[in-house]
Design a protein around this ligand. Structure first.
Ligand code: MN
Length: 490
């Protein structure tokens, strides 16, 4: 089994130089030695998992350091291998990426969140604030966008064997995926990853609803497929008659995204026009607009349903033209028109730009398609415009924040240098005022010590305690300063 996966991986990295390929071979050997004898709960060797994650990264055509880091991503956590070993064998970049992936393991959703999942939770402010803090922390701790991508691929592979885990763990991982991983994939424009992450979590979180959607949609999808096979032939002939090469495909909407749409449309599948959408791929932007004209002369468009994401791309970089038409026999059908490049962007997002062959196009990327990074930048209260792409991709813009946890697992966002007192005030003013000491990661610490990313902090309270003016010398947050000035006896 492992050999078959290793062969598949070696085949898939043919886009890399011979030197890079041989480095990847030795990384596979390294992982194989490190994981020797380790078996996953599914019964498969641990090495398979490493190779599967590598396969995803190679499919995205990322650089060789990222492929190597993906193969080694669990070696530091689960085997005697150290970051130092990796650095001396594979270089500083690989070591940095593996270290980043290992550190992200500390990001967990709070146990108090674990209740029957529902998409409506997202409307609850406190819950959404927590989720957003975790997403920020995820990005901040990654330091490099490639760490995020490896982690997304890792999660995708883990979801496939989720059924082997005990229920509590299974639900936590599925919910974390829905609330943290899938939205991050979406913001990075990685549509394919996002949908896979959602569709693998959905049946665990809402088994009844999942079964309901499938039962409802499968006959509709089948009928649509047959119909679209006919009409797409007709459209293709018309387009090619104008001298434009067109590739026409049709793809069913993914389960979770269909479910969300059904909730918005009275659970009535006849109101959803893109259960299966027609996708027309043509060589140039000019061709896209020409094809739009051809479609509208063939079939009448539904008013108000033409969306030009080429002129106005989505914030995550998605580009395409969408129109909904009354196709043959009046069947309402959505058609998406795009170039091959836009198609790749829609599927792989940021990873499409990061890919090995397109390194030279980084400059162009910044001006036209980095709107998603502005979205990330908006996460930060003081937006500082990055000077160049490299800086932006390094995700340095969170370097002045740290993210820590309560013992219940709630995440708290603090400035660098924040102390247990700042943390106590961030949890609640009363907790700050009564703070008498703190345990960080189960060890007693001084209340003046600086907290680190991922710390778990327990505040020891003294009900009769009062803040001291002396604390003003070391606290970092305005909220703590103000509260101390108000409540400290002088
Ligand atoms: Mn893993």
């Amino acid at each position: 089994m492992s050999q078959r996966l290793a062969d598949a991986l070696l085949k898939r990295i043919s886009y890399l130089s011979a030197g890079a390929q041989s480095k990847i071979k030795s990384a596979i050997q390294f992982a194989s030695n490190a994981h020797e004898g380790q078996i996953r709960l599914s019964g498969a060797p641990q090495l398979n998992h490493a190779l599967e994650v590598g396969l995803y990264i190679a499919e995205l055509r990322l650089d060789s350091d990222t492929v190597i880091a993906s193969i080694l991503h669990d070696t530091v956590e689960d085997t005697p291998a150290t970051i130092k070993d990796i650095k001396s064998r594979f270089g500083a970049t690989v070591a940095k990426l593996v270290d980043g992936v290992t550190k992200l393991d500390s990001i967990r959703i709070s146990k108090t969140w674990l209740k029957p999942f529902s998409p409506q939770y997202k409307q609850v402010d406190r819950y959404e604030n927590q989720a957003e803090t975790l997403r920020k922390m995820f990005v901040a701790m990654s330091k490099d966008i490639r760490v995020v991508i490896i982690k997304l691929a890792d999660r995708l592979c883990n979801l496939k064997t989720l059924s082997f885990l005990p229920e509590v763990k299974r639900l936590r991982i599925a919910q974390e995926t829905m609330d943290i991983y899938a939205p991050i994939a979406n913001r990075l424009g990685m549509g394919e990853f996002r949908c896979e992450l959602e569709d693998l979590s959905f049946p665990h979180l809402m088994p009844k609803e999942y079964k309901w959607v499938k039962k409802l949609a499968i006959p509709a999808i089948e009928a649509r497929r047959k119909y679209l096979a006919r009409v797409s032939k007709k459209l293709k002939i018309l387009i090619e008659r104008q001298g434009v090469d067109a590739e026409i495909t049709y793809r069913a909407k993914r389960w979770y995204s269909l479910y969300i749409k059904l909730l918005k449309h009275d659970r009535d599948i006849s109101k959803i026009y893109d259960v299966v959408a027609l996708r027309v791929i043509v060589p140039s932007v000019e061709d896209c607009y020409n094809v739009l004209g051809i479609i509208h002369s063939l079939w009448k468009p539904l008013p108000g349903r033409i969306k030009d994401y080429i002129a106005l791309p989505k914030p995550n970089g998605y580009r395409s033209i969408h129109t909904t038409v009354f196709a043959d026999n009046g069947v309402i059908t959505e058609v998406q028109v795009r170039t091959p490049k836009m198609d790749r962007q829609a599927e792989f997002g940021i990873a499409a730009h990061w890919s090995y062959k397109e390194k030279g196009s980084m400059k162009k990327l910044r001006k036209t398609q980095l709107t998603w990074i502005n979205e990330l930048l908006r996460w930060q209260s003081k937006v500082q415009k990055s000077k160049d792409v490299k800086e932006a991709l390094a995700l340095d813009f969170f370097s002045d924040r740290i993210f820590v946890f309560t013992p219940q697992g709630d995440a708290v966002d603090l400035p660098v240098g924040a102390t247990p007192i700042d943390f106590a005030y961030a949890v609640h003013t009363a907790v700050g005022n009564q703070c008498a000491g703190a345990r960080v990661n189960d060890k007693m610490v001084s209340i003046t010590s600086a907290l680190k990313n991922g710390d778990i902090i327990e505040i020891i309270k003294n009900r009769k305690g009062k803040p001291k003016l002396d604390w003003l010398r070391f606290v970092k947050t305005e909220h703590a300063k103000e509260s101390i000035r108000k409540a400290a006896p002088r």
